[in-house]
Design a protein around this ligand. Sequence first.
Ligand code: ARG
Length: 400
Amino acid sequence: MKTAVLAYSGGLDTSCMIAWLKEDYGYDEVVAVLVDVGQDTDFAPAIARGRAAGADDVVLLDRKEEFADDQVAKTLLANALYEGAYPLISALSRPMIAEAVAGLALELDAEAVAHGCTGKGNDQVRFELAFKAKFPGVKVIAPLRDNVWTRDEEIAYAEARGIPVQARQASPYSIDDNLFGRAIEAGMLEDPWIAPPEDAFVLTGSPASAPAPVEVEIGFEQGLPVSLDGEELPLWKLVTALNGLAGPYGIGRIDMIENRSVGIKSRELYEAPAAIALIAAHSALEDLVLTKGEAVAKRELEPKWAKLVYDGSWFTPVREAYDAFFAKTQELVSGDVRLRLQAGTPTVVGRRSEHALYAETLASYATGETFPHQAAEGFIAIAALETELVAARERKLVRV
Ligand code: ARG
């Protein structure tokens, strides 16, 4: 018996894929895996649709907590923003989903795994690298790369097979979401000159109509946020709660042209209120605690980590090595950050840590400070030696 395990989203593409895998690819058994990473999906109809499409089993796995504690936590420690702006939302869920699919495929001794990505995006790369990392040698099927189907063709195909098509008006955009945020692309957004219409956004309000500013206090332990306004929360709940608080201010709305792994530029909108707020707060706490050397080294590595993960290299020794370095730097990054939520930006207005290297007695301009002023003279004399040699050489050369 030939079995295929499918990364199933519950949408039209992957529902049709269940039938294609049986009819066109000759699989006897198709198992659809639906992974809950905090996306805004109605799971019961998605499961029913999968069964109607002919899935022998539709498995729903709740991975919200693991997703937060692994991918999201590491992203926060790394302050990771791809191309300086995108907190990797979709790039984070793919390895988690692929790992679940590959794990079940191994268990069932399946011949193949399948995903619903097209040939133009990053997600195919992420899924397939992760599939191969978790199930070396597995056959990968990507029906939407083999054949380009229009939405109308898919609807006709689904209706002919009794697969229920969602009644609600199909969004003009391509959406991917999870608890860390939401990615919006395609439709009218493909023209980079067109301003994003308000209806593209769900998690955020317009900064133009933001409510009055409020302050929130975020508690950190070893670099990870553990409490919100004094209430201790597991990470997935803290992120969800902060999305709710920061979203109405338009915090974490991103409109960018990004360089995809596959060589094209695309226009993307993102909504990631908690991600952007937490990265601002976390890096502010690091500024207080890390040595200058640690900070310089870490800030150099952060964008490299973001690119690596964006490009699908989650399951790699180098990503783990970066994370070991980041984790080492976080041992003393515990404390609190006061964050003012206001139109469009999270502003850090206060930070404290018992491990701060900031010393008021050194930094202060008031009386009683302890900075060794006399030593500054010698510091500059030595630091200036080379500058003076270069200047003297230039004067000599001008005269000749
Ligand atoms: N461009 C983003 C990324 O590569 C978002 C992809 C979202 N996927 C989607 N089907 N809308 O991470």
